[in-house]
Design a protein. Structure first.
Length: 270
């Protein structure tokens, strides 16, 4: 039996653990939610992601919180953030679902206060490593770049206050393309996972849109941003972009599925 030289073993690269994530704007309870729910569940079961980030999540009288419904069906834990008081019958906001252990949880409100926007954070365990997952949903109007810029500034302060030195990613509906000026404070330190793996996306906007083309012109506004120099994108795909046989769509947005790699463990002195 041939022996492998020790030098070759020493030079073998050490790879960090992988994790998978899906982000989706749920379109709350519009467009026949009971018909849309099975489509979303089927795709999430197929993908079995470690983390799911959701925007436009709603719960109200006669409608259980959508994140809770999905989490229970899939066997995940979940967290939900909303500016609506817990005592209010209807609550609207963002959510994170995960099948990984939750180590910490925070949320914050984004300015301006009349825009009802939040950022939600979970720190999760990935084996013996930790990862910060943030989700948000920024202001929606085309002319609202200044508002989004203000919200991104709030988001960056929130990340600085809660990241605790662990690798971080930010996913959600930003209502802006990844290169938009109002996202600059974020993209200076976080790279667009999809854009990094699809450098020629501008040649086919329809194929790369995250807005449902049955509702809107093509545009990619749902993103997963990975901490630069720390997290590495392995794959990024637009999902939930087909209707069922009766013409029901999962949402007015498509989802994005990303697989990423955490940094390898630090080498010991030995």
């Amino acid at each position: 039996m041939a022996l492998i030289p020790l030098a070759a073993i020493a030079k073998k690269p050490v790879r960090g653990p992988e994790i998978s994530l899906v982000t989706l704007n749920l379109y709350h309870d519009k467009a026949d939610w009971p018909k849309r729910l099975p489509l979303i569940l089927a795709e999430l079961r197929r993908l079995n992601p470690d983390v799911i980030t959701l925007q436009e999540v709603i719960g109200r009288e006669n409608l259980r919180n959508q994140a809770q419904t999905l989490a229970d069906e899939l066997g995940y834990e979940y967290a939900f953030s909303s500016v609506d008081p817990e005592s209010q019958p209807q609550r609207y906001g963002n959510a994170i679902l995960t099948r990984r252990p939750i180590l910490a949880q925070h949320w914050t409100r984004l300015e301006p206060l009349d825009d009802s926007r939040t950022a939600l954070h979970l720190r999760i365990a990935v084996g013996d490593r930790t990862l910060n997952v943030y989700t948000t949903h920024l202001h929606w109007t085309d002319g609202g770049g200044a508002i989004r810029q203000r919200q991104v500034a709030d988001l960056m302060r929130f990340i600085a206050d809660t990241a605790d030195g662990a690798p971080s990613l930010v996913a959600g509906d930003f209502n802006a393309v990844a290169a938009a000026p109002e996202l600059k404070a974020l993209t200076e330190g976080f790279a667009d996972a999809y854009g990094a793996l699809h450098p020629n996306e501008a040649a086919d906007p329809k194929a790369n849109s995250t807005l449902n083309l049955s509702y809107y012109p093509p545009k990619r506004i749902d993103h997963v941003f990975l901490q630069r120099g720390v997290l590495v994108p392995e794959s990024a795909t637009v999902i939930l972009n087909r209707p069922d046989s009766e013409g029901h769509w999962p949402s007015d947005h498509y989802g994005v599925a990303v697989r990423l790699r955490l940094p390898p463990p630090a080498r010991s002195a030995d």
